[in-house]
Design a protein around this ligand. Structure first.
Ligand code: SF4
Length: 253
């Protein structure tokens, strides 16, 4: 059984690209699972079941083992399943033998040591590689634009299937039903590979070695090392000071 959480995981890539030392610091701090994470896991299990069933593939119904199953989760996963099946039908019209992969392990270790992640849905055709990610969270509106997680998944899929399909374009979609958000972004194959060489690989080398500079920002939100991070403490202090700073309008007599 492979290690479920890579030090350089796709899902945390925004954080370790921005702050390379955070990869090793988080690995040392360990996971702190939240109820929200379990809710997301439940929703993903239901998505997988519904799509595999729609594709006519065998999959056990997970409902009786889900902690957070409710009518909202049923509706959101139905909507996601419909979206994926529409995209797959469209792919079948464009390509005689499209490939659809659900909950697929994607290895992007060519650019990041031991880097891997699990893609919710990958559709591969000649010309277009499509990556679709389901987000059940409500808190943060997630955009597919310049999204490192999606690009890491795309790299893993490109590495695995780029020699079988003639891929020239990557289409990445975030499906976030509880925020009424379907965000799509595209990049050329060459553009993706250039980003991997210029941005991902250098940051991954530093992150894997536990070196580089600490850098705080909005990417600290999900960092499990932030309780003991001085850089983060300074950042929050600055933010608080800025919030209390009188505005120009306040200074006018
Ligand atoms: S809290 Fe922020 S600055 Fe500190 S290690 Fe984590 S990501 Fe880096």
């Amino acid at each position: 059984m492979p290690n479920k959480h890579a030090v350089l995981s796709a899902s945390s890539s925004h954080r370790w690209i921005s702050c390379p030392p955070s990869a090793r610091l988080c690995a040392a701090a360990g996971d702190r699972p939240s109820p929200y994470a379990q809710q997301g896991t439940d929703a993903h299990s239901l998505c997988e079941f519904k799509i595999l069933s729609a594709l006519g593939r065998a999959c056990a119904d997970p409902r009786e083992n889900l902690t957070f199953l409710d009518s909202e989760m049923e509706a959101c996963t139905d909507a996601y399943c419909s979206h994926v099946m529409e995209q797959y039908e469209d792919a079948k019209r464009r390509c005689p033998d499209p490939l659809i992969l659900i909950e697929q392990r994607l290895d992007f270790s060519r650019w990041a040591p031991s880097g891997f992640g699990t893609g919710d849905c990958i559709i591969v055709t000649d010309d277009v590689l499509q990556v679709i990610d389901f987000k059940y969270g409500l808190g943060v509106h997630v955009s597919a634009e310049d999204n490192p997680q999606m690009r890491c998944y795309a790299l893993g899929a490109l590495d695995a299937y780029g020699s079988i399909y003639d891929i020239s374009t990557i289409k990445m979609t975030i499906f976030q039903p509880r925020r009424d958000n379907i965000s799509t972004s595209g990049i050329s194959r060459d553009g993706l590979l250039s980003w991997a060489d210029a941005v991902l690989s250098p940051a991954a080398r530093l992150a894997y070695a536990g070196s580089g500079e600490l850098k705080a920002g909005e990417h600290c939100r999900f960092c499990s090392a932030k309780a003991s991070c001085r850089e983060y403490a300074g950042y929050t202090h600055e933010q608080a000071a800025r919030d209390f700073m009188p505005s120009d309008a306040d200074k006018r007599p």
